[in-house]
Design a binder for this molecule. Structure first.
Ligand SMILES: Nc1ncnc2c1ncn2[C@@H]1O[C@H](COP(=O)(O)OP(=O)(O)OP(=O)(O)O)[C@@H](O)[C@H]1O
Length: 224
């Protein structure tokens, strides 16, 4: 069986500045990997390449054995919508939509019926602890609440791969731990591969493996 996520010698430069200089890694279903390293070492760039937000200059990214670069744009968009759940650091919610619609969006875009999408979105809002805010728009919420909503939206399609950039960054330690549990459950019980970029040692310690980047390459990899 294919790995859930494979990066093969991925390189990426911003103009002439190399941010990734040949990174290879594989995540199996149910596996949790923490990506760590000093600020600017390329963690977010790696996550964005894995998500198909950035297209690598060289190398390949495969999700469930499908090479993102080889898919026509429409199929790549569909694969990103259904198989990849992304939690970015900032600005990923649609400002004018109530939380329930923000969370339901991936299902609505995939053609699910509205009532069914809302039931599922409500269930996820409960799991991340913000069901009471279902009708609020993002501007009415704290950074921590929007982060929880982003996690709910990332998980609603039951993705094969979940990519999270500092998922607990705006939360206090207890709320962060609770949100981390929701993400870990997606991996442990639903079989998603989970890759988290983090500066938080407790988040890193919850992973099966830590990949430490330095200057755009893997400095070392530790099984935890
Ligand atoms: N949009 C951009 N334009 C130009 N250079 C960028 C851009 N984004 C990142 N970089 C540069 O690429 C390198 C890697 O950045 P990246 O954001 O991937 O690092 P990081 O490890 O995630 O950092 P942090 O922990 O601070 O979020 C850095 O040198 C950064 O300055």
């Amino acid at each position: 069986m294919n790995a859930a996520l494979t990066l093969d010698q991925v390189e990426y430069s911003y103009r002439r500045n190399p941010a990734l200089r040949g990174v290879s890694l594989q995540l199996e279903r149910g596996e949790v990997v923490a990506v760590t390293g000093a600020s600017g070492c390329g963690k977010s760039t790696l996550l964005h390449c894995a998500a198909g937000i950035l297209t690598p200059d060289a190398g390949a990214v495969q999700v469930d054995g499908q090479d993102l670069a080889e898919l026509p744009e429409e199929r790549r968009a569909a694969l990103r919508r259904t198989k990849i759940g992304i939690v970015l650091q900032f600005g990923q919610l649609v400002p004018d939509l109530p939380l329930i619609d923000n969370v339901a969006l991936p299902l609505l875009l995939s053609g699910h019926e509205r009532g069914e999408a809302h039931v599922s979105a409500m269930d996820w809002l409960e799991q991340v602890g913000i069901a009471d805010d279902a009708d609020a728009v993002p501007a009415e919420l704290s950074g921590g609440q929007t982060q929880r909503a982003a996690v709910a939206r990332a998980l609603i399609t039951g993705p094969s791969v979940v990519l999270a950039d500092e998922p607990t960054g705006s939360l206090d330690s207890r709320a962060g731990q609770e949100l981390l549990e929701v993400l870990l459950k997606a991996a442990r019980y639903r079989g998603a591969a989970l890759m988290m970029v983090t500066h938080d040692n407790l988040v890193a310690a919850s992973a099966d493996r830590e990949i430490r980047l330095r200057d755009g390459v893997i400095q070392h990899e530790v099984a935890l």
